[in-house]
Design a protein around this ligand. Structure first.
Ligand code: NDP
Length: 329
């Protein structure tokens, strides 16, 4: 066993430190599948893990990186053999299990999904946790019975990773998409290119508002939380629903029961980390079928593994756009 390159988070006085260096393969954690990582991505949670701004890392040393695509090197799991292309998102990888910003990962086979047919490893990671979460949100809205004929769909944090994929998926599914962004001037063309029909300034939703407002959208995918989510709920049409997955503005939710009891609005919680396998595979199959790969490419840039560390602060500050694929090896 040798060493491989990895980003490593160590415990340091008063917090944690981050470095790029060599990691001993013998120190990989238990798992029945060892994967040569070819691609990872940058997600908001990776920014939190690398900077320590929230206590995402639960074990030290930690290799951050919550998702990867790669090729199986060795496997004791019945479903996987050497040479198989696989994808992993969630399950605490990069939080309490050594993660994806590395040339190698050892994980439980039950956490993996086979690389979806029709996607390359790079494309699967252009989708990544953010895009797969956007699909879980769309599936939740559909399960609620909502269709494009019910009215517009709002996406908050629209220029970010979840937001960009959500705009593309909703537009492709026929929705009239309203994209809410703090970067309306710079990113309006980008968002229209993804399929947004309208672009709104997120300032409209960012400050405390009334418990009920004029009904504006039948559905929403919210990556922002806090006051924004409260205002999104307040302006959701009767019997509409909001799929909530994020906290870019904050963890709090300063709302009232009014949208729920006076308009029958539903708040649908989305947790991508421990999604059971059947729903996970359904989401990936839908992504491979429904997401336009040209649109995906237009929201994606690549950085080499050695450079992802410097983007940690960027994503937390809301300065990254769309999706960032991390190329490994
Ligand atoms: P990004 O940073 O790529 O996107 C977040 C976007 O939110 C930003 O691009 C920005 O968009 C907007 N934003 C940032 N800061 C603020 C703020 N203070 N107030 C209002 N809007 C803000 O992150 P991701 O897309 O990777 O993740 C989005 C959220 O979803 C995160 O909170 C993440 O933790 C969560 N998430 C949750 C998952 C789950 O399983 N529940 C899975 C994946 C992500 P703009 O400039 O367009 O306004």
């Amino acid at each position: 066993m040798g060493t491989f390159k990895a980003w490593i988070v160590d415990k340091a006085e008063g917090g944690q430190s981050l470095r790029f260096g060599d990691f001993d393969e013998a120190d990989l954690m238990d798992g029945d599948v060892t994967v040569r990582v070819t691609h990872s991505t940058l997600n908001y949670k990776d920014g939190l893990a690398m900077t320590g701004k929230s206590p995402v890392v639960r074990r030290f040393p930690m290799i951050p990186g919550i998702d990867f695509a790669g090729i199986v090197e060795t496997s004791d799991h019945p479903e996987y053999k050497a040479g198989d292309a696989v994808v992993l998102t969630g399950w605490g990888v990069g939080e309490n299990h050594l993660g994806a910003y590395a040339e190698k990962a050892r994980v439980k086979g039950e956490w993996l999904v086979p690389l979806p047919a029709g996607l390359s490893q790079a494309q699967a990671m252009a989708v990544g946790t953010a895009g797969y979460t956007a699909m879980l949100c769309l599936m939740a809205l559909e399960r609620h019975g909502l269709t494009p004929s019910d009215g517009p769909a709002l996406v908050t944090g629209a220029s970010g990773g979840v937001g960009s994929v959500a705009v593309a998926l909703l537009a492709r599914a026929g929705w009239h998409v309203v994209a809410s962004t703090g970067r309306a001037e710079e990113e309006a063309d980008y968002l229209r290119g993804l399929g947004a029909a309208e672009v709104m300034d997120r300032a409209e939703l960012g400050k405390p508002g009334k418990p009920l407002a004029k009904e504006r959208w039948a559905a929403a995918i919210d990556a922002v939380g806090s006051t924004t989510l409260a205002n999104v709920l307040a302006a959701t049409k009767a019997d509409g629903a909001v799929a909530a997955c994020g906290l870019a503005q904050g963890m709090d939710l300063p709302t009232s029961v009014a949208p729920f009891i006076l308009r029958g609005v539903s708040l649908l919680g989305i947790n991508s980390v421990t999604t059971p396998q059947p729903k996970r595979r359904e989401a990936w199959a839908r992504i491979a079928r429904d997401l336009d790969l040209g649109t995906l490419a237009s929201m994606t840039r690549e950085v080499p593994l050695a450079e992802v560390g410097r983007l940690a602060e960027e994503i937390l500050a809301g300065r990254t756009r769309g999706r960032t694929v991390v190329t490994v090896g």
